[in-house]
Design a protein around this ligand. Structure first.
Ligand code: ZN
Length: 169
């Protein structure tokens, strides 16, 4: 089932998500829905808070469905290592219509449970490393807009508020 994706301003997007306890059938269903929702958008990653569930789960696929092995689910993920720096343009399904250049570490090693409850550790660089960090931010209530500074951030926030006031957000 495709779930509605919440937008900047929704409380659950700006709060820290809780760790997942038991992997119940409801959690499995949530993950399946998140994968379907991510592909339908389409996007390269989706975190549970974006569909209104305050749990530490995200799905990602930087190939957007072209390579089945690129589809990953992380439950209760944690960074093992992060280093380097990359500057690339970034967007978010919860902030549609806006992009900005965001500085991120260029390499990240992430561990967490897979959908099959297997402990996995994945080393990523480039786009996948960026995706991991963007999705991890979601689990801590941070959106890419929050990582911007000064005028760039003010401009996006002002435009979102204007859209919200006119009922277009
Ligand atoms: Zn996002």
């Amino acid at each position: 089932m495709i779930r509605p994706i919440l937008r900047y301003g929704a409380d659950v997007l700006h709060a820290r998500a809780s760790p997942v306890g038991e992997l119940t059938p409801e959690i499995q269903q949530l993950i399946d829905d998140m994968i379907q929702t991510m592909y339908a958008a389409p996007g390269i990653g989706l975190a549970a808070p974006q569909v209104g569930v305050a749990l530490r789960i995200f799905v990602c696929d930087v190939s957007v469905g072209r390579n089945p092995q690129d589809l990953m689910t992380f439950i209760n993920p944690e960074f093992v290592e992060r280093d380097g720096m990359q500057l690339e343009e970034e967007g978010c399904l919860s902030v549609p219509g806006f992009n900005a250049t965001v500085a991120r570490p260029s390499r990240a090693v992430l561990k967490g449970l897979s959908r099959e409850r297997v402990e996995q550790t994945v080393e990523a660089s480039g786009l996948l490393a960026r995706c991991f960090q963007h999705e991890m931010d979601h689990l801590d209530g941070t959106l890419f807009v929050d990582r911007l500074r000064g005028l760039q951030k003010d401009l996006i926030v002002r435009r979102i508020k204007k859209l919200a006031r006119s009922g277009k957000w």
